[in-house]
Every structure is written in C-alpha cells, then in structure tokens.
Design a protein around this ligand. Structure first.
Ligand SMILES: Cc1cc2nc3c(=O)[nH]c(=O)nc-3n(C[C@H](O)[C@H](O)[C@H](O)COP(=O)(O)OP(=O)(O)OC[C@H]3O[C@@H](n4cnc5c(N)ncnc54)[C@H](O)[C@@H]3O)c2cc1C
Length: 404
C-alpha cells in the first residue's frame, strides 16, 4: 500500500529530502510550504551569487561546523561538497571554483537551478502545496495546516520538518515552530543571529560621512579569530564578510559581557616600525589628515575610524598613533537582530534526535536543515549542511517506512 510522506518546508533541506524520497519506493510525497512559492531564501541567496559549497579539503570543510562537527560530519560523508557539485551538474548546470575556493553554479544564480529542480521533483511525482502553513499537531497526532481553503488535518506515515531558521522571516522561515516542537517534548536551543552585523555607537559625523563605505583589507582580531578581509559601515554599525566570519565569537561575547571589542589592523601589510618611520617624516605645513594620507596612505573611512576611536591626546604622538593604526579597538555594543542575519544559530538540539535525525519524542518525524542546532560561516557551508541533512532525513524516512 502507498505510504504518505509529508515534507514541511520547501527550502533546500526539504526539497532534498523530497528528492531522496521521490527516487526510491512507491509513496505519496507532498511538500507543504507556508509561502506562495518555494525556495525563497535559496533564491535570495542567489541574488549575491549562490555560493553552493566550498572546494577546500574535506578535513578543513568539516571543521567549519565547530561544536557540531561530530553531528554534521557523518552527513557530509554521505552527501558532501563533491556530491553536491555532482548533483548540481545532474540538473544540467556546471559549477566553478572562485578565487577564494568557494563553489558557484555557472551564472551564479539560484533561479535556473531551482526551476530545474522543481521540474524534476514534479516529474518524479512530488506534489507541492504552497500557502499551507503548518501550525503544529492536533490532539489525534495529525498535522495541522492553515490553508486558503481553511484548516486541514493531514495524516502522514512519515514527516520531514525542514522549516528553516529565523532570519529574513519575510522569506518564510520565521522560527514560529519552536513552541510547537517544545510542546511535543523536543529540546530547542533558542534561535540566535549567526553571520550577522553589530551595532557601533558611531558619532553623527562619522555615520553621515561613511555610512555604506567599505573598509577594505584590514585584519580583524578577536580572541582566537584573526583574519584579513573587508566589511561595510552601516547606519547602525558594521556588517559584511569579515564581520560575519567573526560573528559567532563576537555575539557570544556580547551575550556574556554586554559588549565586544574587536581589534582592527588598518595597515595589514605594514609593520609598526615602518609606520613610525614614515609618520616621523617632516610634516611641514600639511594638516595631520594630509600627512597620514601622504606618508602611510591612511585616508577616508580608515582615517575616520582613527578619529572615532583614538583618544585625542594620542593623535599627535607618533608611537601611539602607529600603535592604533595596527591595533584599533572598535567596541561593538549589540548584535543586530536575528531577522537581519544571514542564518540562525540554535534550533532543534541533536540530543532530541536519534542518529537518523528522528525526533525521539515523536517517532516518524524527522528534522533537517537550518532548524537544527548548528551554525557555520558563510562560504557555502550553510547550504551544503542543509542539503546533507535533507538527504539524510529523506533516507531515514524511507527506512522508517520500510521502503527498500
Ligand atoms: C541573503 C542571504 C544570502 C545567503 N547566501 C548563502 C550562500 O551564498 N550560501 C549558503 O550556503 N547559504 C546562504 N544563505 C543561507 C541559506 O540560504 C540557508 O541556510 C538555507 O536556505 C536554509 O535552508 P533550509 O531548507 O533549512 O531552510 P529555508 O531555506 O529557510 O526553507 C524553509 C522553508 O520552510 C517554510 N516554512 C517555515 N515555517 C513553515 C510553516 N510553519 N509551515 C510551512 N512552511 C514553513 C518556509 O517558507 C521556507 O520555504 C543565505 C541566506 C540569506 C538570507
């Protein structure tokens, strides 16, 4: 007899689970999503160049999942970066490795990929029910949906929940599922911003002058984190790739101590001695700003940063000024809200799941994707783990149904 599998959430994790289920066995596969169309966050990820995975060695790749490496690595061994690239190729799209080792589909967009994927899923018998918002379980354990035709109760032999995290809620994943899962005995680590920006108490002058300006090639140091890159000045503070890379550590420090002070090296290619030697050259009638620019090429937003954070009395002394160019403390006073973050930390704790991603408290219900309690930096690690867990949850659902 046909079995019914309900996959709730049509992002990369849910669609991958649907694909696995659709290619094996005879079952009714239905993907439900609260939004009018599927994969909205995936499409958004493609707006700035869909970084689908990373080409670095597996060992290094697996280390990106930090505290959750032990849980994520086995899934990556089954469906990891190489399998993901083959899978993209199977949809008729080539991938390429960018200069940083990041992997993108040719064209860098998500839309051709998603279109081909949904078509293939449709052809293999997957049914899509958009505008169906899952709102928990009814007392008889059926799935409760709100839909344009009213409330629905759905019975399924297996369920894959792939509801996403809590960022960019306008794209569908709003984290509202947390209490419904708690009610049925799952442990949920509160969702927190990951790959996020931070607030800085800019002076009105700095904000007005430099909002939107990139700060290029600086080294950001914070605790064990030490990396060269760039970021952007925002109205409220800072955001961008270098900030995101340090964001888990900075966020945890702010949570623990109320603020975090990141150190910036504004002249990463120059030594302290070089700066002192250049700055000590005769200034003549030049202003200090012009002297900084002429001698050590510190100008614009970098000069602005010095003015923001170097104590006035140190500004006219060469040694301290050179020191601050190499070690500028920038206090971050708050983490930007979850809704603005690229991804979420927190989610369904692995202790609540068995090794097949099945909720221990509700047999037959599997979880996948960003709604699980892990986080990773940007670089393709997010989508890869979402797909890997969707792949794992799909296979586990089949095993649960006894489908060979
Ligand atoms: C701007 C931006 C850029 C990004 N760029 C990249 C990138 O380049 N590389 C990368 O690896 N990652 C990137 N990410 C992160 C990546 O897109 C996500 O990690 C990934 O989409 C998560 O997949 P998911 O399937 O777990 O959840 P989602 O993609 O969030 O999908 C969850 C789905 O569940 C649905 N849903 C939620 N609640 C319910 C409910 N109650 N009932 C029914 N349906 C529901 C939602 O509508 C949604 O369609 C980016 C994210 C953002 C915001």
């Amino acid at each position: 007899m046909d079995k019914t599998v309900a996959i709730i959430g049509g992002g990369p994790a849910g669609l991958m689970a649907a694909e696995v289920i659709s290619t094996q066995g005879h079952s009714v596969k239905v993907v439900y999503d609260s939004m009018p169309s599927l994969g909205r966050k995936f499409l958004m990820a493609g707006k700035s160049g869909l970084n689908i995975t990373h080409s670095e060695p597996f060992e290094q790749f697996a280390s990106r999942y930090g505290k959750r490496r032990a849980q994520i690595e086995p899934m990556l061994k089954t469906f990891g970066p190489d399998e993901l690239r083959d899978w993209v190729y199977g949809l008729g799209i080539e991938t390429f490795v960018g200069t940083s080792g990041r992997v993108f589909p040719v064209g860098m967009k998500a839309s051709p990929l998603l279109r081909a994927w949904l078509q293939r899923l449709n052809d293999s018998g997957v049914t899509f029910h958009p505008r169906h918002r899952w709102v928990g379980w009814l007392p008889d354990k059926s799935l409760h949906f709100e839909s344009p035709s009213g409330d629905l109760a759905v019975k399924a032999d297996a369920v894959v929940l792939a509801l996403g995290g809590g960022s960019w809620s306008r794209l569908g994943s709003d984290g509202a599922w947390a209490p419904w899962l708690t009610q049925v005995g799952a442990q949920i680590e509160p969702l927190r911003p990951s790959n996020c920006g931070f607030d800085v108490a800019w002076s009105p002058y700095f904000r007005e002058q430099f909002e939107g300006h990139p700060i290029k090639s600086v080294i950001l140091s914070f605790g064990s984190f030490h990396q060269q890159g760039e970021f952007i000045v925002t109205k409220e503070g800072v955001e961008g790739s270098l900030i995101y890379a340090a964001s888990a550590l900075l966020r945890d420090e702010i949570d623990a101590r109320g603020k975090a002070v990141m150190m910036l090296d504004l002249a990463p290619d120059r030594s302290h001695e070089w700066l002192v030697e250049r700055l000590s050259r005769s200034r003549g009638s030049r202003s200090l700003a012009s002297h900084l620019e002429k001698t050590v090429n510190i100008k614009g937003v970098k000069a602005g940063l010095l003015h923001e954070f170097v104590p006035k009395e140190d500004f006219s002394h060469l040694q301290p000024l050179a020191h601050f160019i190499k070690n500028l403390p920038v206090p971050l006073i708050a983490t930007r809200p979850l809704d603005e973050a690229i991804s979420s930390a927190g989610g369904v704790r692995f202790e609540s799941l068995d090794e097949h991603l099945m909720l221990r408290s509700i047999p037959g219900v599997f979880c996948a994707g960003e709604m699980l309690d892990w986080e990773a930096p940007t670089g393709g690690y997010l989508i890869t783990a979402c797909m890997a867990s969707g792949y794992g949850a799909g296979h586990s659902a089949l095993r649960w149904l006894g489908v060979p």
